[in-house]
Design a protein. Structure first.
Length: 186
């Protein structure tokens, strides 16, 4: 049993699978916080405001693929662990592509009754990485949420003129310099 809080973003569209996956997670994680979405927009919003420790994703989704989700997650924060839980990856080439694109692993849905035992070692790896940097990680998580919200706000500002666009660019550069100066390597 993993005895610590773990923020898990579940990208899944099938209500039955959501129920079964949550049930299996609750068997192996004592304090899971699970947020669910089935699309890129919801995923982006949760990356900004929820700051997951790990993302679990189906491969086939209604409006995108799991590789689209993986790419967005890795572009947002390459340190977030990403695990496919899918019934689709049944050929070796596709499975290899998921790993080459940055996934930490994949579990086939045909093993959903044993998901806990297949998922536990992958989640323990996430926890081991978290333990060594607990206090710093929590501060960084809170800062990332704040910075992500600022970026999101800046992206939504209507940049009608060159001066506004330059100001927004300068603000983003200042935030990036601040993050680098303060050792935000995550």
């Amino acid at each position: 049993m993993i005895n610590r809080k773990l923020n898990i973003l579940l990208v899944e569209d099938n209500p039955s699978d959501i129920f079964l996956i949550k049930r299996q997670i609750n068997k192996i994680v004592s304090k899971p916080e699970i947020e669910v979405t089935d699309n890129l927009e919801g995923c982006k919003e949760l990356l900004v405001n929820f700051a997951p420790d790990v993302v679990l994703s189906d491969y086939n989704l209604p409006k995108c693929t799991g590789l689209d989700i993986l790419e967005m997650v890795k572009d947002h924060d390459s340190s977030i662990e990403f695990i496919f839980i899918t019934g689709t990856i049944n050929d070796e080439e596709l499975a290899a592509n998921t790993i080459l694109n940055g996934a930490s692993g994949y579990i086939l849905k045909k093993h959903i009754n044993n998901l806990g035992e297949k998922l536990e070692p992958l989640l323990k790896k996430v926890v081991i990485n978290m333990i060594s940097t607990d206090d710093l990680r929590e501060r960084i998580r809170n800062n990332k949420i704040t910075v992500n919200q600022i970026y999101d706000y800046l992206d939504k500002i209507n940049s009608d003129n060159a001066e506004q666009r330059d100001n927004i660019k300068n603000i983003k550069q200042a935030i990036n310099r601040f993050n680098l100066d303060n050792g935000d390597a995550e």
